[in-house]
Design a protein around this ligand. Structure first.
Ligand SMILES: [Fe+2]
Ligand SMILES: [Fe+2]
Length: 356
């Protein structure tokens, strides 16, 4: 039910107007001055205020201002015995919605209050919709964040699973891909790759030897010298990894980087024998991370060679096999930044992919 507050110092007018409106189905309350009106406004959920302008103590205009400050949705109808245009303009400027001239006839009152009630209903509905919309947006954002987080975790565990399946078949290289991925990401950071490219390089590192899954275990973990055919079979893993990852919805740079991770700057690498700029920056980083990690780790056919030997290898061949910019970033990590290669961290962030 629409609630109407009538404010007028003239008792008979309050009673008459109140009766008119009650008969029309409105809930009506009256106040003899602005102070009483303000008390009622704070206690009741009033929809429409009909107020006189000239009243003792606090004038109707002052009351208008206070209502507008505190109750912006209330519809206000002012009434006065001074029917001048100036008064009307003044009242509207201070927040009145409608203007009635005394003496007030019943029809004008009913019409004005009916109109104000409709507007109030519409603005209330609009406000409710805005609130609902805001609530919906907040819930949606929360839901999207939750889903993204859970998708992220799922993808992370899938990548981890794929990465560890390859290494299960070749226990000598356990943790190799994780360490390569982490090192590659730090080299990428050292040459100011953006977050997205660092992320892609890291994932490529975590999965770079995934193609080894198709190579027989006996060859992978063979302690002795490999035959020419066996070497050729092992070399297949770059292409196999590329083929596998091209078929999943990963950013295409990951498959490409993996394809190139045994290429060398001078064209002496495999499988395509790419040279110089034909090799992507991500792959050039991965090449170095792969070599450094491999030299630092124990292999069935040799003991670990250590970081100094690994850094010596990449520095000696800087500009020949390895891109100097990446060599410098890698050397800087170990010699100046105290970087220690490890496989304790396994983190990925797919939301930054270039194909989003
Ligand atoms: Fe490899
Ligand atoms: Fe590798």
């Amino acid at each position: 039910m629409t609630k109407v507050l009538i404010v007028d110092d003239e008792k008979s007018l309050r009673i008459t107007l109140g009766e008119f409106l009650r008969k029309e189905g409105y809930w009506v309350i009256t106040a003899s001055d602005s102070e009483e009106a303000l008390l009622i406004l704070h206690a009741e959920n009033i929809d429409i205020v009909i107020t006189d302008i000239i009243m003792p103590k606090i004038s109707g205009i002052e009351l208008l201002k206070k209502i507008r400050e505190n109750f912006e949705m209330i519809q206000i109808i002012v009434m006065t015995g001074e029917p001048t245009v100036d008064t009307a303009i003044f009242a509207v400027r201070h927040g009145a919605n409608e203007y009635l001239t005394k003496p007030i006839d019943k029809d004008s009152l009913i019409k004005a209050v009916g109109h104000a009630a409709k507007i109030k209903q519409m603005t209330d509905r609009q406000k409710d919709l805005e609130k609902e919309n805001l609530e919906y947006q907040k819930n949606l954002e929360k839901l999207v964040a939750q889903r993204t987080d859970s998708l992220q975790k799922t993808l992370q565990s899938v990548v981890h699973l794929i990465s560890s399946v390859v290494e299960l078949r070749d226990p000598y290289t356990a943790g190799h891909q994780t360490r390569v991925g982490n090192l590659a990401a730090e080299i990428a950071r050292g040459i100011d790759f953006d977050d997205n490219s660092i992320n892609l390089t890291r994932i490529a590192g975590y999965l770079h030897d995934v193609g080894k899954i198709v190579i027989p275990t006996e060859i992978l973990s063979k302690p002795g010298k490999l035959s020419k055919l066996e070497i050729e079979m092992i070399k297949e893993h770059s292409f196999q990894g590329y083929t596998m990852l091209s078929q999943v919805a990963f950013p295409c740079e990951i498959a490409e980087t993996i394809y190139q991770h045994h290429e060398r700057l001078d064209g002496s690498g495999y499988p395509q024998g790419l040279k110089g700029n034909e090799i992507s920056d991500e792959a050039n980083i991965l090449v170095i991370a792969d070599v450094v990690e491999a030299m630092m780790s124990h292999r069935p056919y040799r003991p670990a060679l250590g970081i100094d030997a690994a850094l010596y290898e990449i520095e000696r061949n800087s500009g020949i096999l390895y891109k100097p910019e990446m060599v410098n970033a890698c050397v800087d990590l170990f010699r100046n930044k105290g970087y220690a290669i490890d496989d304790n961290v396994f983190e990925i962030n797919f939301s930054l992919s270039k194909n989003d």
